[in-house]
Ligand binder design. Structure first.
Ligand SMILES: C[S@@+](CC[C@H](N)C(=O)[O-])C[C@H]1O[C@@H](n2cnc3c(N)ncnc32)[C@H](O)[C@@H]1O
Ligand SMILES: Nc1nc2[nH]cc(C(=O)O)c2c(=O)[nH]1
Ligand code: SF4
Ligand SMILES: [Mg+2]
Length: 213
């Protein structure tokens, strides 16, 4: 059994609830979506095959507490499920970045899911698998990447319709990098008294999205 990986690197978590924490990133290759603003298109193709044991050994070489599995779309490789369980068994805190277009039911319940609901500006809103929302619990997170006011209004409606603030620990609003001014989104959130969390991609401010960060 093998996994196709684009990279494994050690950095600071740039997104979501654990922003700023050191983590090992395992980036799986390939994605069935094509979000218009995707910052990880280099992970769509290529990559190298790794055994699960080699991935575990490489992760362990950084002696982390925390591991983030991302992509590409990690769940597009069925072997990802076994990797997630093995990382939990090894004692790491594990989070999964996922588009939510693939089934979340089989994901190990110890994994913190960061599910990104795709807003219209991504061009992939039709790929959202809304059944996944029922798989999210109080330790999980939902993210909206917001490019326009239309995206923002759409995200607010999803929060209400699916009662997201009570279902998950954090509802994250992330401005599309260099497309929407962070302050604009901050002001919309405050004006509407939303209980969500603004998240900026810390690694882009620190390292300008350079590879390996
Ligand atoms: C590259 S994706 C990989 C995981 C999965 N395919 C997904 O979409 O969640 C990781 C995270 O980066 C976010 N992201 C990608 N490009 C972005 C951009 N230009 N601005 C803000 N967030 C972005 C995605 O929305 C997602 O939450
Ligand atoms: N530092 C850093 N934090 C991140 N959080 C989520 C990332 C991702 O690409 O999924 C990411 C990333 O690529 N780098
Ligand atoms: S689902 Fe994730 S990896 Fe795939 S195109 Fe969208 S942001 Fe990029
Ligand atoms: Mg990234």
């Amino acid at each position: 059994m093998s996994l196709r990986l684009t990279e494994i690197f050690y950095s600071l978590q740039g997104e979501a609830r654990t922003v700023g924490r050191p983590t090992v990133f395992v980036r799986l290759t390939g994605c069935p979506l094509r979000c218009s603003w995707c910052d990880s298109a280099y992970a769509f193709q290529g990559g190298t095959l790794w055994s699960e044991a080699d991935v575990l050994a490489h992760v362990a070489s950084f002696t982390p507490q925390y591991v983030t599995v991302t992509g590409g779309e990690p769940l597009a490789q069925p072997e990802c499920l076994s990797l997630l369980t093995a990382l939990c068994d090894a004692g790491y805190e594990v989070s999964l970045e996922t588009s939510g277009a693939l089934a979340l039911e089989p994901v190990d319940p110890r994994v913190v899911k960061v599910m990104d609901l795709k807003a219209p500006g991504s061009g992939e809103v039709h790929r959202n698998r809304y059944e996944n929302i029922a798989c999210l619990s109080a330790n999980d997170q939902v993210k909206f990447v917001i490019s326009t006011r239309e995206d923002y209004d759409w995200a607010k409606r999803q929060c209400d319709q699916y009662d997201l603030y009570s279902r998950v620990s954090d509802v994250l609003f992330s401005p599309t990098h260099e497309l929407l001014e962070p302050r604009t989104l901050a002001e919309w959130i405050l004006a509407d008294r939303l209980p969500g969390r603004l998240q900026l991609q810390l690694h882009k401010y620190l390292w300008n999205n350079a590879p390996g960060h």
